[in-house]
Ligand binder design. Structure first.
Ligand SMILES: [Zn+2]
Ligand SMILES: [Zn+2]
Ligand SMILES: [Zn+2]
Length: 149
């Protein structure tokens, strides 16, 4: 029961609405105009009135992760089971729905990103920044950590 049950045209239209109303932060994250839930993730809702258009039959309201909507509307397969693969954030910003900041990887890799320092500034004050991230592709640093190159 995943987002791939949503009609692709309906998904693309919904995705475009989120894109039109986004804010881009200094890290390049796309921040939607919708509040995240307690787990930090924003949901895309198919309201009851739209279920016929989205699923082909009327049913109760259903919600999906917004970053899964991005992944799907951009033409990618969304993993059916979250135990094998995750659509993971390179930027560690769970609100973000920028396709460039998403990657498909196993849950272990996804979880290890959550504690990644990404980069650290040299303690001597020389402003050199050392990359500590060993992930492929690399994690995207938070605005305060962007290295001065
Ligand atoms: Zn991001
Ligand atoms: Zn130094
Ligand atoms: Zn990393």
């Amino acid at each position: 029961m995943g987002i791939e049950e949503v009609n692709l045209d309906f998904a693309i239209k919904s995705y475009k609405r989120f894109l039109a109303n986004k804010i881009i932060d200094s890290t390049g994250c796309f921040i939607p105009n919708k509040k995240p839930r307690d787990d930090g993730y924003v949901r895309f809702s198919v309201t009851r009135g739209s279920t016929k258009a989205a699923f082909g039959e009327t049913c109760g309201e259903r919600t999906f992760y917004l970053h899964h909507l991005t992944w799907y509307a951009e033409g990618n397969r969304v993993p059916e089971s979250s135990t094998t693969m995750h659509v993971s954030h390179l930027c560690s910003n769970s609100r973000c729905f920028n396709i460039q900041h998403l990657v498909l990887e196993d849950p272990r890799a996804n979880n290890s990103r959550k504690n990644c320092l990404v980069s650290v500034a040299c303690p001597c004050g020389c402003k050199h920044v050392f990359w500590t991230c060993k992930h492929t592709p690399r994690c995207i640093p938070h605005a305060s950590l962007i290295p001065l190159e």
